[in-house]
Design a protein. Structure first.
Lengths: 228, 355
């Protein structure tokens, strides 16, 4: 049996990797949905958001049939690139990432909505390219949403269970994160004490992420809604 | 020169502008809804015309025919919006540097210190925009736009948010900037007295069409025609009747009991004319002047004194209501107040004929 430290470290590694991996994508999608109009936008928006309301087990199942060893994309990745995305820690990252992405996208979407497009026009008249406008104006002014979304996504990734157990399975030392370990211990006759330790750790980690969120938000001094 | 021939068709509005604007301090004047802001946006590249072409000093900014539509960033046009649109997360200094650092070195026309000094923003460079007053924000926005070294500056009613005296001092300041840096300016204005006092030329926009371009006084009758402004808003407009042509080359025109002596006019006796005297061209005296070259001396009584920033408008009842523009120091020097008898001195050449 694994010791709790390894389980906690694996959990943190999975959740952190998933968050960092999804952060650029989530910021891009949030901006895209807020600022751009394109064909199939609502369909795409729905697709990104569907894991939010779908039972995570179903999301895991879809991941398995697409990216699993016999999946459409998974088989191709295995045969041509030698990459296996199921039943390892990368699978846990992907499961956690896909499930937490909508939280990030929604937070960024709302935050970018609140950035006055008139400021972007002003930047355009000051010779800033569209990239520079995004990084110098839009992103800093929606930083609160990005931070809140990132912390929320991290918390969600840390607690991911359903999609992970289907797509990454419950392999101690490899894919067994805190929620999976708690589930396992509770089903063992003598596991209750171990489960309780991890429950406590979960509470501490959750509390720490909220503190981190507050700390980061306090560092943004300006009022993002004022444009004059 | 700004060559502007463009149409923009919207579901319930059609804009059609056709004008060649000489490099000067030009006012774009018209009632609200006439398409003034849209016109600026077309020049800036924030909006695209449905058809036509826009050139600036030979550079093609837009041409439907040649499929040219330069991005706003490539037009070398500066824009000061209705609101200052300073970036709230940056200090005033960082706002000023935003355009400057993105302007290629060889294209830079102004030095940072020079603009900071000319716009008077030095004292609040380190502050955040939300702590500035309306006037300070406008000056910071102006400094920011200038530092991006535009070839042309657009201003969209930057004055709407300011009170009248702040508005006038900003306009005066803007005119100084225009003269100092030889920067052509096109600014949107609702206020006819601003147009008359500050602009070298005016473009009239009415119902989505450009319907006149020229020096403000030459277009005064056009601007004064309803529904643009009511005639009462323009000071010193008099409808007179030609009374006599004297042998010394002076034409006498009468309105009520008043008689004006004007340079010789070809108009027939009995003909009605519309005359205007710019408020700044009337001289005020507290004693009856003698041995002057000016031909018109009227006696009257001050009825009102209004302070507008660096100007003072004195209303005088002298048979008709006259408005005289003076500087604040004069009020004190001559101890002017309501009810005081004064004399108005008007040179024959100060009269402008409107129609």
């Amino acid at each position: 049996m694994n010791n709790p430290t390894d389980i906690i470290l694996l959990s943190l590694k999975v959740a952190l990797t998933a968050t960092l991996l999804m952060l650029p994508l989530g910021v891009f999608l949030g901006w895209l949905f807020s600022r751009k109009r394109f064909f199939g936008k609502s369909l795409f928006d729905g697709l990104v958001n569907v894991p939010l309301v779908l039972p995570p087990v179903v999301t895991g199942y879809f991941l398995l049939i697409v990216l699993g060893p016999n999946g459409v994309v998974g088989k191709w990745l295995q045969d041509w690139l030698g990459i296996s995305l199921a039943f390892n820690w990368k699978a846990a990252v992907l499961a956690a990432g896909i499930v937490s992405l909508p939280l990030l996208v929604r937070a960024v979407h709302v935050a970018v909505d609140a950035v006055d497009p008139k400021l972007e026009e002003a930047a355009r008249m000051l010779r800033a390219s569209e990239w520079q406008i995004f990084f110098a104006i839009t992103l800093p002014l929606s930083a609160n949403g990005v931070i809140a979304g990132g912390v929320l996504a991290f918390g969600r990734a840390l607690g991911e269970f359903g999609a992970t157990i289907i797509f990454a399975s419950n392999i101690p030392g490899k894919t067994q994160t805190i929620p999976l370990a708690i589930f396992t211990y509770i089903n063992q006759p003598d596991g209750e004490a171990k489960a309780q330790t991890l429950v406590l750790v979960s509470i501490v980690l959750a509390y720490l992420s909220i503190l981190l969120n507050e700390f980061l938000l306090r560092r943004i001094r300006y009022a993002p809604s004022s444009s004059n | 020169m700004l060559h502007l021939r463009a149409t923009k068709t919207l579901p319930n509005f059609r804009l059609e502008v056709g004008v060649e604007i000489q490099p000067a301090f030009t006012a774009l004047f018209g009632p609200s809804g006439a398409g003034k802001t849209t016109t600026l946006n077309l020049i800036a590249g924030l909006d695209s015309p449905s058809n036509g072409e826009i050139h600036l000093d030979g550079k093609i900014l837009f041409s439907k025919k040649d499929h040219v539509n330069l991005a706003p960033q490539q037009r070398d046009v500066g824009y000061i919006f209705q609101e200052s649109r300073l970036f709230p997360h940056l200090s005033v200094k960082a706002n000023l540097e935003f355009g400057l650092k993105r302007t290629p070195l060889k294209h830079r026309k102004f030095k940072f210190d020079e603009i900071v000094q000319a716009t008077g923003v030095l004292e609040f460079l380190q502050r955040r925009p939300d702590s500035l007053s309306g006037g300070e924000k406008q000056r910071a926005a102006l400094a920011r736009a200038l530092l991006a070294s535009p070839d042309y500056l657009l201003l969209d009613e930057p004055l709407a948010a300011l009170d009248l005296s702040a508005r006038l001092s900003f306009l005066k300041f803007l005119r100084d900037i225009h003269r100092k840096f030889q920067l052509p300016i096109l600014y949107v204005s609702h206020d006819l007295s601003n147009v008359l006092n500050f602009a070298d030329a005016v473009v009239i926009l009415k119902d989505g069409k450009s319907s006149g371009y020229g020096p403000p006084y030459a277009l005064l009758d056009k601007m004064a025609a309803p529904p643009l402004v009511s005639r009462e808003d323009i000071p010193n407009i008099f409808e007179v009747t030609v009374a006599a042509h004297q042998s010394n080359g002076v034409t006498v025109a009468a309105t009520g009991d008043l008689k004006f002596l004007l340079p010789h006019l070809t108009s027939a006796i009995g003909e009605k004319l519309l005359l205007n005297i710019p408020a700044a061209e009337i001289i005020l005296a507290v004693e009856e002047p003698k041995n002057l070259s000016a031909s018109n001396i009227l006696s009257g009584v001050i009825t009102d004194i209004r302070y507008l920033g660096e100007r003072v408008l004195v209303e005088v009842q002298a048979g008709k209501k006259f408005t005289v523009e003076i500087v604040p120091a004069t009020v004190e020097r001559l101890s002017l107040r309501s009810g005081k008898p004064v004399f108005l001195i008007i040179k024959a050449t100060s009269f402008r004929r409107l129609g």
